[in-house]
Design a protein around this ligand. Structure first.
Ligand code: HEC
Ligand code: HEC
Length: 311
């Protein structure tokens, strides 16, 4: 804190304290100018209602003095006056660190025991999942939802459809180092009509898949003219990331576009907006927030969510 703000806070705090105590002292003594009738304030209401000019009751006054004294003692002991740290040297950061260290000591062994077992095994262990659920609620639910169901832009972790992959190692990797999914803005390259054609092609994909599973006869005949134009544009602009068959690429986090599971919304307008403007989606790294042992347990919890919801 700079010298100015330090002085400002000293002045403000001690000024307020002094002011309060002065007011208290002033109110204790009787007024010097009595009203027309002895010992009243001189005010009268409704003709005959008057107010006696008496000091505050002593017990009440004593309470006020005690609060004043408490405040002085408090300001001496605890940090309340600018840069002055208080004679005890207490502060919330050191208290937090001490509590954290104590918790680490208490729970460290629990996590170490979990860490010694494989993630896939923990994913069916009720004790590990209880711990994992707490970690999830505290660290992940804000984005992925308390049930892991996700929201627009935040992937559903329970549906068994993965952007980056659902193996234990991949999930640990995702949580530890975070992810950046980048879908480039391709509106300019495709043009207005081009976007419509590509969307028409994307809409045809589930139908094509059902009609002609991979490796069977050409699907060209089953496409309408705009869909065919869209397919050509898709092959030019999109297959590098989403793949020839639009099944996505987990190395890039490029989603499967054939499964009717839409991270950024399912309407034509939603899909158009993604293609037009692109998306830069960010899952934060947790390597500095959580110990590797905790991430291990969390990965097991995420795995269990997918096993439950994906079936
Ligand atoms: C600030 C929001 C945010 C928080 C907090 C967050 N995530 Fe994420 N997470 C995301 C986003 C956004 C993505 C998608 C990234 C992308 O599209 O490239 C994601 C992706 C993931 C994925 C990859 C899903 C897939 O389909 O491959 C996993 C697994 C995951 N998060 C787990 C977690 C866990 C566990 C936590 C808690 C430790 C967590 N996330 C905390 C936003 C968040
Ligand atoms: C450089 C790689 C790259 C290219 C090229 C690319 N995409 Fe993407 N696309 C991605 C990634 C990565 C995401 C996921 C973004 C995220 O994590 O939120 C994505 C997301 C999308 C989505 C949203 C999916 C959903 O579930 O909501 C659509 C739709 C899409 N792309 C269509 C296209 C189309 C159409 C093209 C070609 C015109 C294209 N992409 C080209 C990488 C790419």
């Amino acid at each position: 804190m700079s010298g100015f703000w330090n002085a400002y806070i000293w002045l403000l705090t001690l000024g307020t304290l002094g002011g309060c105590l002065w007011l208290l002292q002033a109110m204790t003594t009787k007024r010097k100018q009595p009203g027309p009738v002895e010992d009243t304030t001189g005010h009268s209401w409704d003709g005959d209602l008057e107010e006696f000019n008496n000091p505050l009751p002593r017990w009440w006054l004593t309470l006020f003095w005690i609060t004043g004294i408490f405040m002085i003692v408090y300001l001496v002991i605890y940090p309340g006056l600018g840069n002055f740290a208080g004679v005890m040297g207490w502060n919330q950061v050191s208290q937090y660190e001490a509590e954290r260290a104590a918790a680490e000591e208490r729970y460290g062994d629990v996590f170490a025991a979990f860490a010694a077992r494989p993630v896939a095994e923990l994913a069916t262990d009720p004790d590990a999942l209880r711990v994992g659920r707490n970690l999830f609620l505290n660290n992940c639910a804000g984005c992925h939802g308390s049930d892991g169901g996700g929201a627009r832009g935040y992937p559903n972790l329970t549906d068994g459809a993965w952007l980056y992959g659902g193996s234990p190692e991949t999930i640990v990797q995702t949580i530890t180092y975070g992810r950046n999914g980048v879908m480039p803005a391709l509106g300019a390259a495709l043009g207005e009509g081009g976007i419509d054609e590509v969307i028409a092609y994307l809409r045809a994909l589930p139908r094509l898949q059902a009609a002609a599973p991979a490796g069977t006869a050409s699907t060209a005949q089953t496409l309408t003219a705009p869909e065919t134009a869209g397919q050509q544009k898709f092959q030019t602009f999109c297959i590098a990331c989403h793949g020839m068959d639009a099944h996505g690429n987990q190395a890039l986090g490029a989603p499967n576009l054939t499964d009717n599971d839409w991270l950024h919304g399912r309407t034509d307008a939603d899909i158009r907006s993604v293609i037009l403007d692109g998306r830069a989606n960010h899952m934060p790294a947790h390597e500095e927030l959580l110990t590797p042992d905790r991430i291990h347990v969390l990965a097991a919890y995420v795995l269990s969510l997918a096993a439950e919801g994906g079936s």
